[in-house]
Write a protein that binds this ligand. Structure first.
Ligand code: GLU
Length: 314
């Protein structure tokens, strides 16, 4: 066995769709083709939106497809718990490290203030936090806290973080200009994805992260958090997004591409084979098991641009 540890990190707020599935397939192939293993971590920070039955269904779906994880989820393992909803005490410890470094501050901005027309935006339309609450005095903080529970942000430096993505190539972002001070914790105490994912991947021994290209722009801030927290960073492979035939993004609300519908019509090998075809991993949509695909797997066959599902493939 190699030392590669890949992972699935789904947020089970519904049944998996082809996009989620494709991500699991590539994560599995990338880890297994080099003799590694895969850990399943359930990203249910928002526990209300991700009830346990969805997580259980997801595990059953993965097993049905031949993509069961080696460790984590309900199977457990040495570095559990593997449900983010059960890891708050661990996040608290790392959050406090950032607090002790003087990097965390309360933010009282309302949603409408944040999205005001004059708020700085990045090229993908996301708002860059203007730093409105960065320099509040202790007195102002006391006054405002009496009126509104704050969320908590981390102060980022004016520094460009660059890295080489295993699939997408070089990528860089200036934290202050392209990202801004970002949330670590919501006003209700729930920790933010950016903190949880870094702590979890490091503590779970993950060495290889495979995920959708929509998270490419989260990577510089996560790399910076790894550094600030003194944790080892994994390597990253961002995969192209899978789009429906009409070019729209797949979502858990859409019926057709959800596993529930697919299961009624196809065998696991048919689903895996067709997905592998859509991703460039084989030249025809022939049925395949993940193990069969692992043999000749290469990231070079996977396109970098978004993949539109060919008409009639599913
Ligand atoms: N939980 C995230 C999702 O379901 C993935 C996060 C990650 O891979 O870093 O989209």
């Amino acid at each position: 066995m190699s030392s590669t540890v890949g992972r699935y990190a789904p947020s089970p707020s519904g049944r998996m769709h082809l996009g989620n599935l494709c991500c699991c397939l590539l994560a599995w192939l990338s880890a297994k083709s080099s003799g590694g293993k895969v850990v399943l971590r359930i990203e249910d920070l928002d526990a209300m939106r991700c009830p346990r039955e969805f997580a259980d269904l997801l595990e059953a779906d993965l097993a049905w497809l031949g993509l069961a994880a080696d460790e984590g989820g309900s199977k457990g393992g040495p570095r559990g718990p593997y449900y983010q909803s059960e890891r708050s005490a661990i996040y608290e410890e790392y959050y406090q490290k950032l607090v002790r470094k003087g990097l965390v501050y309360p933010c009282f901005c309302s949603r409408s203030q944040l999205h005001a027309a004059d708020a700085p935006h990045r090229s993908d339309g996301k708002v860059v936090y203007a730093g409105t609450c960065r320099n509040l005095t202790p007195e102002e903080i006391v006054l405002r806290t009496a009126r509104r529970k704050p969320a908590w942000r981390v102060m980022v430096p004016d520094e460009t973080i660059s890295f080489v993505d295993g699939h997408m190539g070089p990528y860089a972002e200036n934290l202050a200009q392209d990202c801004g001070d970002f949330y670590l914790r919501r006003a209700d105490g729930v920790f933010a994805y950016q903190l949880a994912v870094v702590v979890d991947d490091a503590l779970m021994g993950v060495t290889q992260v495979v995920r959708g290209a929509d998270l490419l722009s989260s990577t510089p801030r996560q790399l910076w958090l790894y550094r600030e927290l003194g944790l080892p960073a994994p390597e990253f492979y961002h995969m192209p997004l899978l789009l429906a035939v009409d070019g729209r993004r797949l979502s858990k609300r859409d019926g057709d591409e959800s596993l529930e519908h697919l299961q009624a019509r196809y065998t696991p090998e048919q689903i895996i084979g067709r997905l592998a075809y859509a991703c460039g991993l084989q030249n025809a949509p022939d049925p395949r098991t993940p193990a069969e695909l692992a043999d000749g797997f290469s990231w070079q066959r996977v396109p970098q641009n978004d993949i539109i599902l060919p008409e009639g493939l599913f």
